[in-house]
Design a protein around this ligand. Structure first.
Ligand SMILES: [Zn+2]
Length: 291
């Protein structure tokens, strides 16, 4: 073989490597485990905290990871689903009841991308999270309000918060990532622990764009979230509250439940219903309870 051919072969090989590198973005189409509908969202029963598993035929996305004490339960749950790698993990904010399971996730699954609110804190848990992310060289993106990410044909994530400058009137909750899962006519809004200051800002900026079929109740059903103007803009048919039974914070607040009932929303809660599963074909949706 002449030198010229060798050069051509090397160039082709290099081009193939580059292409393979590019294709690991949004078009990834490796299916793992069972997905019975094009979009499946599980608000997992992991006690006091949030962990929401979103699955399409091609992608697995985890929004928050529950608290430190339920880390093994979360890992076991995801393994049981037949999942070995997670395409995207979204950490709404670095409080322990959202970030606590992350070391377990990073030690047990291949995580391809992390989306973070960009808020920092000084806890040992947060430092462990950052050092694991660095040592595993996981791509780490700080979310900006307005960003959209496609996760499957016709399924996208749209971020409404945190916006800049950060809200400083409260703690980390108010700069939580807020993300809407949109699949054609269906949508579900995941709000982390965003409180009324963040809700007011989103209503002002995004108005009717917030409208969603289902709301993951802000801050575990606390009365610091679910403000009337926000509920009016989102106008959900159902709310799912993620919380632990007999929790120390007395979540959900009776006044929040009253608002939901008055707005004729169906209310689901992980402390009494177990894991709550939402399935959609992009037009219709079903909500099923574990218990
Ligand atoms: Zn929380």
């Amino acid at each position: 073989m002449g030198r010229k051919w060798l050069l051509v072969l090397l160039l082709i090989g290099f081009a193939m490597l580059v292409t393979a590198g590019c294709s690991k973005g949004n078009e990834k189409s490796v299916s793992q485990g069972q997905v019975n509908s094009p979009l499946n969202i599980k608000v997992l029963d992991i006690g006091q905290g949030d962990a929401i598993l979103i699955r399409t035929a091609g992608q697995t996305v985890l929004v928050d990871t529950g608290d430190i004490g339920t880390k093994d339960k979360l890992v076991a749950y995801i393994k049981k689903e037949g999942i070995t790698s997670i395409d995207k993990v979204i950490i709404t904010h670095p409080h322990a009841d959202h970030l606590g399971g992350m070391p377990g996730i990073l030690e047990n699954f291949k995580v391809n991308q992390i989306y973070d609110s960009g808020q920092t804190t000084t806890t040992a848990l947060y430092r462990k999270y950052l050092s694991l992310v660095q040592s595993k060289k996981i791509p780490f993106t700080v979310v900006t309000a307005g960003t959209e990410i496609v996760i499957a044909n016709d399924v996208k994530l749209k971020f409404f918060a945190p916006d800049k400058p950060f809200i400083t009137t409260s703690d980390l909750n108010n700069n939580s990532i807020v993300v809407k899962v949109i699949y054609n006519e269906f949508s579900m809004l995941l709000t982390g622990d965003a409180e009324k200051e963040s809700e007011e800002r989103m209503v002002k900026t995004y108005k009717t764009e917030l409208k969603s079929n289902i709301l993951k109740a802000g801050h575990h059903g606390s009365n610091t979230s679910s403000s009337p103007s926000f509920l009016k803009a989102v106008a959900p048919e159902a709310a799912i509250i993620s919380l632990g039974a007999n929790n120390d914070y007395h979540h959900p607040h009776p006044s929040t439940l009253k608002k939901y009932v008055e707005a004729k929303m169906k209310v689901y809660r992980t402390d009494t219903d177990g894991t709550v599963t939402v399935s959609s074909d992009g037009k219709n949706y079903t909500i099923t309870k574990e218990k």
